[in-house]
Design a protein around this ligand. Structure first.
Ligand code: B3K
Ligand code: ZN
Length: 877
């Protein structure tokens, strides 16, 4: 353990920066051994700061070597500055000055992938959140916005492409044979949006004409062998640009927009001004190598990063506690975009399902934090599902409470009022409130209160007076550091349906409609409806109008009615999920008690009618028939018994498969897609139901299905179908699973993104000797510890391997802990993310819980990065 442990920083301590940087001039002399970075910072004291004698404190990193520092033309002798804890401190400064720093870095040795580093043969950067300080000394905080000019000097035979933010203003050959390229970005920005790329890259060019008829040059750069896989991303980019104009009135501002794909990247992508950098897994797409899910992901991420140009770049965050200001809003924007491009309901179901599985688990665990955290040790740990997905739900609730028109007025006001500024979540809400007149004072508690609220609903119907009363009670459980909670302002969309499934038009506060928006603001509140002709079944929280856990005592008959008839497509899915969850929970109890499993409900009949209903969207049928995941059932459980959950799911799947064997075989044939592959909603829907049907069909034990799986694997002309067949074979114990896995690797060994899918599937395969298999895969030529995608595939796949990961002797946890310790020395961000499964130890069955805790303690006994230290120490607290 380190002698002094890392300490937290607090939102309440925020102070404006004592200095500002109006202009930043950077020169990079790129080199394979040592890269020289020279910065000229045009600085002045901040008139808004009260600390007018404060020393100048610039952030740096242990990997930045200071060669010289000068103030105006005066080179500071070593006695006139200090280097303490990676910061450069200069006590005597003028009010206005130019600070020149010469620093040396070694991008080729940068394994953290923050700052400037090498990926394959290129140089690239990642500066959010605090990567810029690994390039040179700077005021590396988002409220310091500066106009950047960047000169890149490199050997153009090796690095012909040299890119940075903004516009290229000059390119010349120097006397020493190197090429010097200068980029200028006219928009002031924080350092986290700085980017540089240099390498031998191919480019795909296109153009976009904005609503004010300006022509924007669009460029996507990749290594030569990937340039044939960027067409889809380019089209997605153009759709995003058009959508942001149509829906938000936001036009692109520079004359050029560039995207670069890199193979080694810690997360999905980065919205650097005018020069987005993408993990190649989130950009490249071709029918042969990319599944439907990934196509949709590429489109969503291209849109997300593009939308940041306004929600993030033109208006940015004052400090990192406000991260959700840009991330929550931008996720809401990309979700709405994808819904508009494909199916609204399918998109909502997918997003909510993810939120309820992963964000709810985070909100119930040791790392639970508000959407606007009050403190952190390492900001990289706060790029979380809470900040992103729950943050998006908050923006969605504002949209619901204000209505689309007022929401648009609010976003217009927000962009206009704060263009060029670094602002807070409160500023966002204030713009929404000012533009709409809707009071959001209580609503703002959503930003500061952690934990998932629970709403309990009871009702009463009086036939004589035809009145119906709903009582809603809300309660948010305690979370670390927040023992008591206040009532939130919660929008609850509601419809009432009669016993035949028809919508009831009823009156609430004098307003007659078949749908109402209830605004729950008290701990307990009663809502009354009149003109209710018959005893209704309530369809509550339509469209998942708030990120809460809602409970109402539905009978199976009620759920079947909602499943077949609810006017709200989302709630039909939800009713199906609830039926399956109820059945599974009974089976899990039976399994834990060591009883023989047996079904207790009529779920199978419900599923049968779904399969036979030709009027339904096949994508929705597939989503409903897809049983609640192991992870979701774990989130719902008080105590997690992984093997009982697995057993229950397998049993239910088999029962459904056997009962409906003929229906699945038929559905498989019926939903075949003919013609050329297209990543569009209709075909994706058919493929999803077809492949789901195939997995049930194989599970039913029908030999015919075995052959179909192999035939589909061999003849598929697209990765969705090929990989579906392979996964089905692997997870349903097909006797050819080994052969198919081998054939797949042989076929795709030169396509790293496909190989990653193979790694993940291989690691998640449940086998006796799974840990030994995964250990062997770490030595496989296809694996590389340096590449975050490969680490995520292999260790992420292993995490889903229930039998292997949750071995009763703790060997699965030990294996993961070993990998975390190795990775922490190389790449703390990736190591920290791998800790998540271990943080759930308190909820695990006792025999597993002790083993998990022991591994956390073992990790804790080492010298750790801030990243891993924060997660492990909070988990053990
Ligand atoms: N803003 C980046 C995330 C940066 C993460 C740094 N650890 C991608 C995005 O959300 O668009
Ligand atoms: Zn983002």
């Amino acid at each position: 353990m380190k002698e002094s442990q890392p300490s937290a920083i607090y939102l309440k301590d925020y102070k404006v920066p004592p200095f500002l940087i109006d202009k930043t001039e950077l020169t990079f002399e790129l080199d394979e051994a040592t890269t020289v970075v020279t910065s000229k910072l045009h600085m002045r004291r901040n008139p808004d700061s009260t600390e007018n004698t404060a020393p100048l404190v610039l952030d740096g990193g242990e990997d930045v070597k200071l060669v010289a520092v000068a103030m105006d033309d005066y080179v500071l002798p070593s006695g006139e500055y200090q280097l303490v804890d990676n910061q450069l401190i200069i006590t005597a400064t003028a009010d206005n000055f130019v600070l020149t720093c010469e620093t040396l870095i070694e991008p080729q040795n940068n394994t953290r992938l923050e700052g400037l580093y090498r990926s394959s043969s290129m140089f690239c950067t990642q500066c959010e959140a605090e990567g810029f300080r690994h390039i040179t000394y700077y005021l590396d905080r988002p409220d310091v916005m500066s106009v950047f000019t960047t000169r890149i000097i490199a050997d153009a035979t090796k690095y012909p492409v040299m890119l940075s933010n903004g516009n290229e203003i000059s390119r010349e050959l120097q006397e020493d044979g190197k090429t010097s390229v200068v980029w200028h970005d006219p928009f002031p920005k924080p350092a986290y949006l700085f980017a540089l790329v240099s390498g031998n890259l191919e480019v795909k060019n296109d153009t976009f004409v904005t609503q004010s008829q300006r022509e924007v040059k669009l460029q996507i750069f990749t290594e030569a062998h990937n340039i044939d896989k960027v067409d889809y991303a380019m089209e997605a980019l153009k759709r995003s640009m058009r959508w942001d104009e149509d829906v938000y009135g936001r036009e692109y501002d520079l004359d050029i927009f560039m995207i670069v794909a890199v193979d080694d990247f810690n997360m999905g992508a980065m919205e650097n001004k005018g020069l987005n950098i993408f993990n190649s897994s989130c950009l490249l797409a071709s029918p042969e190598t990319t599944t439907d899910d990934t196509y949709l992901r590429v489109e969503a991420i291209v849109a997300h990063e593009y939308f940041h140009n306004w929600s993030g770049n033109r208006v940015t965050c004052r400090d990192w506690f406000q991260l959700s200001l840009k991330e929550g809003f931008t996720v809401f924007r990309d979700q709405s975009f994808s819904a508009d491009m494909h199916s609204d309901t399918v998109k909502r179901v997918e997003d909510v399902s993810f939120l309820k599985t992963a964000q709810f688990a985070e909100d119930a665990g040791p790392m639970a934090h508000p959407v606007r955290p009050a403190s952190f040790i390492e900001i990289s740990n706060f790029y979380t599902l809470t900040v992103y997905e729950k943050g998006a739900e908050i923006v969605r609730m504002i949209h619901t409470l204000l209505g689309a028109e007022n929401f648009r007025k609010g976003s217009d006001l927000y962009f206009e009022r704060h263009d060029g500024q670094a602002v807070t979540c409160d500023d966002f809400v204030a713009a929404m409130q000012d533009a709409s007149g809707v009071d959001l004072t209580q609503f703002k508690r959503w930003y500061s209160q952690a934990g998932t609220p629970q709403i309990r609903v009871t009702d009463e119907y009086d036939a004589q007076s035809q009145t119906y009363q709903l009582t809603l009670q809300q309660e948010t459980p305690a979370t670390p550091g927040q023992p008591t909670k206040l009532p939130l302002h919660i929008p609850v969309r509601l419809g009432l349906i009669d016993e035949s499934g028809n919508a009831l038009s009823v009156s609430s506060s004098g307003h007659v409609s078949d749908e109402h928006l209830l605004e729950l603001t008290e701990a307990e509140q009663v809502f009354e409806f009149t003109q209710v002709a018959t005893k209704p079944v309530p369809s509550l929280l339509r469209g998942f109008s708030a990120p809460v856990k809602l409970s109402y005592d539905y009978s199976s008959a009620d759920l079947l009615l909602l499943l077949s008839s609810d006017q709200d497509g989302f709630n039909r899915w939800n009713a199906g999920q609830q039926l399956a969850v109820n059945e599974l929970n009974t089976l899990i109890e039976q399994a834990v008690a060591g009883e023989t499993l047996s079904l207790t409900s009529n779920l199978v009949e419900g599923f049968k009618s779904l399969l036979q209903d030709a009027s339904l969207d096949p994508a929705m049928v597939a989503l409903i028939l897809n049983l609640p995941s192991q992870a979701y059932l774990s989130e719902l459980a008080q105590v997690i018994h992984p093997n009982a959950i697995k057993q229950a799911r397998q049993y239910l799947k088999k029962q459904i498969a056997e009962s409906l064997q003929a229906d699945f075989a038929q559905a498989y044939q019926q939903h075949q897609v003919t013609g050329q592959y297209q990543a569009e909603a209709k075909d994706i829907a058919s493929r999803s139901l077809k492949n789901l049907a195939l997995s049930y069909w194989l599970e039913s034990g029908d030999d015919a299905a075995k052959q179909v799986v192999v035939a589909q694997f061999e003849s598929a002309d697209n990765m969705t179908d090929q990989f579906a067949a392979l996964s089905i074979a692997v997870h349903h114990g097909h006797d050819k699973a080994d052969d198919l896995l081998d054939a797949f690797y042989q076929q795709w060994q030169n396509e790293p993104l496909v190989v990653n899918k193979w790694l993940m599937l291989s690691a998640s395969r449940e086998q006796e000797d799974a840990i030994a298999k995964v250990t062997a895969l770490m030595e496989h030529e296809a694996f590389d510890l340096k590449n975050p995608n490969k680490v995520r595939s292999l260790l992420g796949g292993f995490g889903q391997n229930i039998a292997a990961f949750h071995q009763v002797d703790g060997s699965g946890y030990q294996f993961l802990a070993d990998q975390i310790l190795v990775l922490d020395k190389r790449n703390p961000q990736i190591a920290s993310r791998l800790c998540t499964p271990l943080t759930r130890w308190k909820k695990m069955a006792p025999e597993l819980s002790v083993k998990m805790k022991a591994e956390l303690e073992r990790i804790m006994a080492n010298e750790l990065s801030k990243d891993v230290y924060e997660v492990i120490s909070k988990s053990l607290a």
